[in-house]
Write a protein of this length. Structure first.
Length: 716
């Protein structure tokens, strides 16, 4: 049937054959098959397969095709096709008919990666005193601090402490040669402050009460560069703690946006104010006006300044990165949906980065990680030459497969699964963030990449972790093996074209080669044109501690409305009991999962325009006796494809803006103010009810807010 389809120009048949890597030996038209009754015709054909790692792949495939009996009737329901093929990954056997689909693959376990590198914490030895540029006496330094920064030192201060404080304030606030502003104006210094050193642990290393400032004495440690040796290498060591504390002070913990903006311009060549206008800025990207954007929140600005300050001086500024913008609270990106951030290192002189809610509603580490990650995209697009990129691709064994698709046979040396599953650009962005914020991670997982970044990009700048609180685990023989790879995949799909499908998936892993027993495996499968589902496989309980082969399995139900066709899996993530991970790209195994769904669809339910309604009520809490606001949202929807999900058919985000009434803000200030500095959209699921004998219906979502919720206007 496939050969006849090829002969008669059936594009579907050709695409299917090509998807199996099959091409005809002579010409583009296969020989016509002879008709047999109840006899299997075996056709041996030559195929074109790429070479991999210098080894020739098997070049002959046998495809037994059962022919239909000559009854004069179409009995397609009984047709069953078997396909056997082999390449560098191993051998696969596939079977398909109307009710079932199965795909079995067996491959190699030889990866050449057995044990993670043992990394000892770097040894830091100080070989010199603090290097201060200012040799003024303590009294002179005090006078200078009062005159230029309105800072009065009280209590016990030493000359070197006052000197480094003055140096750091000058770096943040002193005017440049081209500026006619004073330090008072640049950092908006309006009042005298009185500074004391504290031996206590302060959450931000600094606190401000009225005009009294307490500065943690520990923040001054290594604030000035000191000569030192790390693992025998000579250099200088310094800390950013004092700089970060002073950034909080001069910007009022990020609330003085103008002060933040001038620091960004002076240190990094970037700015928050889009003076060219949002329409011009986005003219070659998303083409939007300012209503889709808002001001950054105060903590977000601190994360930005701190993360970029951690980079070496030669990486502070990068060509093209002039603007940094933030999308309006609660809105997804128009192209990339619920993503965290997007960089546009275009060929325009003035390009930009944009950040969404998802960048900030987790924790500070995630936010700092993203700011370094996104800036690295500008290094990749605007700073590093082609040779640098090729060297990085070689370090990660990355190879382009066409259509911006990349593959690598490495399964361990990555900073995250996101870097492992995409391309060299995302890989280096993840590794750069890890190099700065979690330096030992790369040293353990990816020593080759760590060395590349240190020598080729960072100019031998290294980062040391110096935690305040530590604990020790007594374990003389820690397990440093990685989880095993996969050497068997068995996928079976059962179900009539008009029914839900039961998908049983098994993986066989061999822990007899010194690998560590896996605790679970994760596979995210994607439909031909949309939709995804994450499958989690767990080891069989009987075999879990056997020390030999382990079978991991899961059984999932795919709806009969899932899209018809082959569902792909680009990566398998294997996780062991101590959290070590292995990421296996699809180029290293064979995966085929086919859903024969006659009712398959990719149509999403529709929100009916102009039907969103918000109401607010007050309800009394019986225990506390206080009243709390309840916000209820209703919308009208229309089912256009599959029925709505039974468990969570709808969810919404409720965001807020401070009220303009009596707030002393102009209309334009209110528009760009965003919400309060510490509130983010509230996610809430709801229920949907379909009208009788109709495709339309109503969805309802409610939020029970605290009596102490910020005053303002709330919107979905």
């Amino acid at each position: 049937g496939l050969m006849q389809g090829w002969r008669h120009g059936d594009g579907k048949a050709k695409r299917y054959m090509r998807s199996l890597g099959i091409s005809w030996l002579v010409g583009s038209t296969p020989p016509g098959p002879k008709v047999y009754s109840c006899i299997t015709l075996v056709v041996v054909i030559a195929v074109t397969l790429t070479q991999r790692s210098g080894l020739n792949s098997v070049d002959l495939l046998s495809i037994p095709i059962p022919m239909l009996p000559l009854t004069g009737k179409k009995e397609l329901a009984k047709t069953k096709m078997h396909i056997l093929y082999q390449d560098w990954r191993g051998t696969s056997l596939e079977s398909i008919d109307r009710w079932t689909f199965s795909h079995k693959w067996h491959g190699s376990l030889d990866l050449g990666e057995i044990e993670m590198k043992k990394v000892v914490a770097p040894e830091l030895s100080i070989v010199g005193s603090e290097e201060y540029g200012d040799k003024k006496s303590l009294s002179e330094l005090k006078e200078h601090l009062i005159k230029h920064f309105k800072v009065t030192l009280e209590g016990s201060w030493e000359q070197n402490q006052a000197s480094v404080l003055l140096d750091q304030l000058q770096a943040l606030c002193s005017p440049t040669s081209k500026s006619d502003q004073s330090a008072f104006q640049i950092c908006d210094i309006q009042h005298d402050t009185h500074w004391k050193l504290s031996d206590n642990l302060l959450s931000d290393d600094i606190s401000l009460v009225g005009s009294d400032v307490s500065l943690a004495r520990r923040a001054l440690d290594f604030a000035a560069p000191r000569s030192a040796k790390v693992d025998g290498d000579s250099g200088v060591v310094r800390s950013h703690r004092l700089q970060f504390a002073l950034m909080k002070f001069v910007t009022n913990w990020g609330h003085k946006e103008k002060v933040v903006n001038q620091i960004l311009q002076r240190k990094f060549g970037s700015q928050l104010d889009v003076d060219v206008g949002y329409i011009d800025l986005t003219s070659v990207t998303t083409y939007e006006d300012r209503e889709r954007f808002q001001a950054f929140k105060a903590p977000e600005l601190l994360f930005m300044m701190e993360s970029w300050s951690l980079l070496p001086q030669h990486l502070h500024k990068v060509d093209g990165l002039k603007y940094v913008v933030r999308r309006q609270q609660g809105l997804n990106h128009p192209y990339y949906g619920p993503t965290t951030a997007v960089s546009w290192p275009t060929n325009m002189q003035n390009s930009y980065q944009e950040y969404m809610d998802y960048s900030f509603n987790n924790d500070g580490y995630t936010s700092r990680h993203l700011f370094i990650h996104e800036k690295t995209h500008f290094f990749w697009g605007r700073l590093w030459n082609d040779q640098m990129k090729k060297d990085w691709e070689a370090a990660g064994s990355w190879k382009e497969k066409g259509n911006d698709s990349w593959m690598t046979d490495q399964t361990i040396p990555f900073a995250s699964d996101y870097g492992a599953s995409n391309n060299p650009d995302e890989d280096i962005a993840e590794c750069m963030a890890a190099y700065v914020l979690h330096p030992m991670l790369l040293q353990v997982r990816a020593p080759v990449k760590e060395e590349f970044i240190r020598k080729q990009i960072m100019r031998n700048t290294r980062y040391l972790e110096n935690p305040i609180f530590t604990f020790k685990i007594e374990n003389e023989e820690p397990y440093r093996r990685y989880p095993p790879s996969v050497n068997n995949i068995d996928i079976r799909v059962e179900g009539d074209p008009n029914d839900d499908k039961t998908v049983e998936m098994k993986m066989l892993v061999d822990v007899g080669h010194g690998w560590h027993s896996p605790i679970h495996a994760e596979v995210t499968v994607s439909g031909p044109n949309g939709g995804s589902k994450t499958l989690t496989l767990y080891p069989d309980a009987v075999e879990e501690e056997s020390g030999g082969s382990i079978t991991m399995r899961t059984t999932e139900v795919f709806s009969k409305y899932c899209e018809n066709g082959f569902w792909s899996a680009s990566q398998i993530k294997m996780v062991d009991k101590i959290g070590s991970e292995r990421w296996i790209k699809v180029d290293e195994y064979s995966w085929r999962l086919y859903l024969n769904n006659a009712m398959g669809t990719t149509w999403a339910p529709r929100y009916l325009s102009q039907t969103l309604k918000l109401t607010k009520t007050l309800e009394k809490d019986d225990e506390s006796g206080s009243h709390y606001p309840v916000v209820t949202a209703t919308i009208r929807f229309q089912q256009t494809g599959a029925p709505l999900d039974e468990k969570s058919p709808v969810w919404m985000r409720l965001a807020s803006k401070p009220s303009a009434q009596g707030g002393g803000m102009t209309g334009s200030e209110w528009d760009g103010s965003g919400t309060s500095s510490y509130s983010y959209p509230l996610y809430q699921a709801g229920t949907c009810v379909q009208d009788q004998n109709s495709w339309d219906g109503v969805c309802t979502v409610s939020w029970k807010l605290s009596p102490y919720s910020a005053a303002g206007q709330y919107y979905v």
